[in-house]
Unconditional design. Structure first.
Length: 188
């Protein structure tokens, strides 16, 4: 009945020594050869792995730079100044009409209801405009408002110049310097 005797496992720190002592000579030799092979494989593969990681990181940086450059090109086209001529005695009304037509012609336009422009205080012919996509009703504690694409405009005599504003979407994301500034021709 000696084989039915219970022997608890030793503490974890002494477990490798127990296993080593119970291995046969052939299994010990195979374990040593396997360990040496793993060390040799690591020594051979480590430089290749490092080179691959470095080339992948360089490729990722290059692709990110190309994507950022493409984004800036698209934003520059988005904010490119457009011009028109005032025909009526009220250049603000002409400006609103031209911005509405421009906003509707853009690929990302969606439904444009109208454009609302307001003079910028102390702006000498500068306007802040919104190509309205939807109106928000007012409530007991809030005023009515509208949502749309922002534009900046400048009126000099009969010449009207406007640019769409390219901001970063998201709450608090317009902190810091924007990717693309509003062109000076539009009063930026």
């Amino acid at each position: 009945m000696a084989s039915d005797r219970y022997e608890p496992l030793p503490p974890f720190t002494r477990l490798p020594a127990l296993l080593w002592s119970r291995m046969g000579a052939v299994l010990r030799a195979l374990t040593v050869l396997l360990a040496l092979g793993a060390v040799a494989a690591g020594a051979i593969l480590a430089p290749r792995i490092a080179d691959t990681k470095e080339s992948n990181a360089a490729r990722d940086r290059r692709e990110a730079a190309e994507a950022r450059a493409q984004q800036i090109r698209e934003l520059l086209e988005l904010v490119r100044p457009r011009t028109g001529t005032a025909t009526a005695a009220d250049p603000q009304r002409d400006l609103e009409r031209l911005i509405t037509a421009d906003a509707r012609s853009r690929p990302d336009a969606g439904r444009i209801l109208r454009t609302d422009c307001e003079p910028i205080r102390g702006g000498a012919g500068r306007f802040s405009c919104t190509a309205v996509t939807s109106d928000l009703p007012g409530g007991k504690v809030s005023r009515a408002g509208s949502i749309g694409y922002p534009f900046r405009a400048r009126v000099k005599g009969r010449r009207l110049t406007w640019c769409r504003i390219a901001g970063r979407p998201g709450e608090g994301s317009n902190k810091g310097r924007p990717l693309v500034e509003i062109p000076a021709a539009c009063g930026g």
